[in-house]
Write a protein that binds this ligand. Structure first.
Ligand code: BTN
Length: 247
């Protein structure tokens, strides 16, 4: 099992950027945790609001020895992390999060957590995957209101302050304890659990990608973790990337 090494920082631009910039000195299994980010980033070049402390901004650094770029099961790592976070939220707080394909975590259709995976391919020794997780743990309602997407935070759901250090350590433990199993078995290891949390299956959805939005019915999640949809003419399509909206 990889032994995680936690690096705690005060304010930095972004834990993902820090990991990329310091890759040579970061070991496999390093976890960069920041109190605040001045330039937090999300998927599709979106900003991730990170100026309140007591939230979770962290990046897990993985340096697999084998080839991993877009390869199975590394392409499903963000889905693995989303299942890991759901397991922890369910057992620790007795709440029922859902997963919005591919890896957003929602509570009642409001976003609680997002994941941004970046790969750095430099040479044969410094290649890495950086798995960034943002989780709203203690955010003021007025900050949430300023976020374009419908968003929520654990302190608001549970009506109490959240101990982020405790939550971070639970996520890291769960992630590394089962990581080898996930790498060995691939998406199949989490497929059923993942699908059980996908409440959009069977519903009308919109997929936006490259400035284009299309409507479909969500059919199933494939063995590779892709989203299989059906269009208005009954044509089936395999979606590998895009932004999903359904509620
Ligand atoms: C998304 O839902 O669009 C992904 C959001 C990912 C945000 C996290 S916060 C920690 C890490 N550092 C970043 O700059 N982004 C990720």
């Amino acid at each position: 099992m990889i032994k995680p090494i936690i690096i705690e920082l005060k304010e930095i631009e972004s834990t993902n950027s820090y990991a990329k910039d310091n890759l040579a000195s970061l070991q496999n299994g390093s976890v960069v945790v920041a109190q605040k980010q001045s330039a937090g980033r999300g998927r599709f070049d979106r900003k991730w609001i990170s100026d309140e402390t007591s939230n979770i901004y962290m990046s897990i650094v993985l340096k697999p020895e084998e080839a991993f770029n877009n390869q199975y099961p590394y392409q499903n790592l963000t889905q693995y992390l989303s299942v890991v976070v759901c397991r922890v939220l369910e057992s620790e707080y007795k709440i029922s999060p859902t997963i919005k394909w591919p890896n957003d975590i929602l509570i009642n259709c409001a976003k609680l957590s997002g994941i941004l995976c970046e790969a750095k391919m430099q040479n044969n020794t410094d290649n890495a995957l950086i798995l960034g997780l943002g989780l709203n743990a203690n955010i003021k309602q007025e900050t949430l209101n300023s976020i374009e997407q419908k968003a929520t935070s654990l302190n608001i759901i549970l009506d109490r302050e959240i101990d982020t250090n405790h939550l971070i350590s639970l996520i890291i433990d769960e992630f590394f304890t089962n990581y080898d199993l996930f790498i060995e078995k691939g998406f199949g290891y989490i497929k059923e659990e993942y699908i059980n949390r996908c409440d959009f299956l069977g519903k009308k959805i919109k997929i936006s990608s490259h400035n284009r939005t299309e409507e479909f019915t969500a059919k199933l999640i494939s063995d590779e973790g892709t989203l299989v949809v059906v269009d208005a003419f009954g044509m089936q399509k395999n979606i590998v990337t895009g932004d999903l909206t359904y509620c």
